[in-house]
Ligand binder design. Structure first.
Ligand code: FE2
Length: 233
C-alpha cells in the first residue's frame, strides 16, 4: 500500500498556534515541509536529520501576518526549493505556483490549488486524501478577510467551489487551530463550519466576515515584510 510509505508529521508552534507539516516518502526519503516557523527551525532541522530525510520543497500556504516563515534559512541549510502561490507577491521564491500545477516528492504528488480570499496568494495543497488548507479553511472557521487583499467573496468561492468539491472524506489539515483540534474532513466542515457550512449563502458569509472586528496580529508589521521576502533578512 502506497500510503504506508507516506510519513506525515503535524508540528505545532505555540505562540501563533501555527501548524507546520513535514511529509516524506519513507522509501526515497524525499520530503516537503509546509508553513515552517522561524522559532522552530532547530526542532524541524533535527527531525529532518533524525529521519534521514532530504528536503525537496519548502511550501508556504501564504504570506503570513502572525509569524515569520523559516523558509529562507531552511533553504540555506538544506538546499530545498521554496515554493508558494503565484499571486503571493513574494520575492526570493524558487517557484511561483499556478493553479492545478503538480509537484512531487518520492512517489507522491502534490496538487496546487489556488484558494485566495484570506490573502491574494493563498494556496492549498492536495496530497493523497489530505488537503493542507493554510488559513483558507480552518476547523470550524476560516482565515480573516480584513487585510492583505482579503475578500469574503473570493474566499467563499475558494471554499465552496474548490475545497468543498473534494470528496467528503478528504482530511483537512489547517494552518492554525486555537482550540486544540488537529484535523477535520470536508464533510464535517460542510456540515458544521459555523461561517460557511450548512449551505450558507455568500451574503450570509460576507456579513459574518465583515462583522468580526478582530485586532491586528501582534507581529503583522514585522511578519508581512519578512514573509514577502520568504523570510530572508
Ligand atoms: Fe494567515
Amino acid at each position: 500500500m502506497k500510503q504506508k510509505n507516506l510519513i506525515v508529521r503535524q508540528l505545532f508552534e505555540k505562540e501563533s498556534s501555527t501548524y507546520t507539516y513535514l511529509l516524506a516518502d519513507r522509501e526515497s526519503k524525499e520530503a516537503i515541509i509546509i508553513d515552517p516557523v522561524v522559532e522552530c527551525i532547530d526542532r524541524d532541522l533535527l527531525l529532518i536529520k533524525e529521519l534521514s530525510l532530504n528536503l525537496k520543497y519548502i511550501l508556504d500556504t501564504h504570506v503570513h501576518a502572525d509569524h515569520i516563515t523559516s523558509s529562507w534559512t531552511l533553504k540555506e541549510k538544506t538546499g530545498a526549493s521554496i515554493a508558494l502561490g503565484e499571486r503571493s507577491g513574494a520575492t526570493n521564491a524558487d517557484l511561483l505556483l499556478k493553479d492545478s500545477q503538480e509537484l512531487s516528492f518520492g512517489s507522491f504528488k502534490i496538487k496546487v490549488i489556488l484558494t485566495p480570499g484570506h490573502t491574494n496568494g493563498c494556496t492549498s495543497y492536495a496530497i493523497e486524501d489530505m488537503l493542507f488548507t493554510g488559513d483558507a479553511l480552518l476547523i470550524r472557521g476560516n482565515g480573516r478577510t480584513d487585510f492583505q487583499e482579503g475578500s469574503p467573496k473570493e474566499l467563499y468561492h475558494s471554499i465552496t467551489e474548490k475545497l468543498f468539491s473534494f470528496p467528503d472524506e478528504t482530511v483537512i489539515y489547517p494552518g492554525h487551530d486555537y482550540k486544540g483540534l488537529t484535523s477535520s474532513t470536508i464533510d464535517e466542515e460542510k456540515q458544521h463550519n459555523p461561517r460557511i457550512g450548512g449551505g450558507k449563502s455568500l451574503e450570509e458569509f460576507s456579513q459574518i466576515m465583515n462583522a468580526l472586528n478582530l485586532p491586528n496580529p501582534k507581529k503583522i508589521d514585522t511578519a508581512v515584510p519578512m514573509n514577502l521576502k520568504c523570510g530572508k533578512a
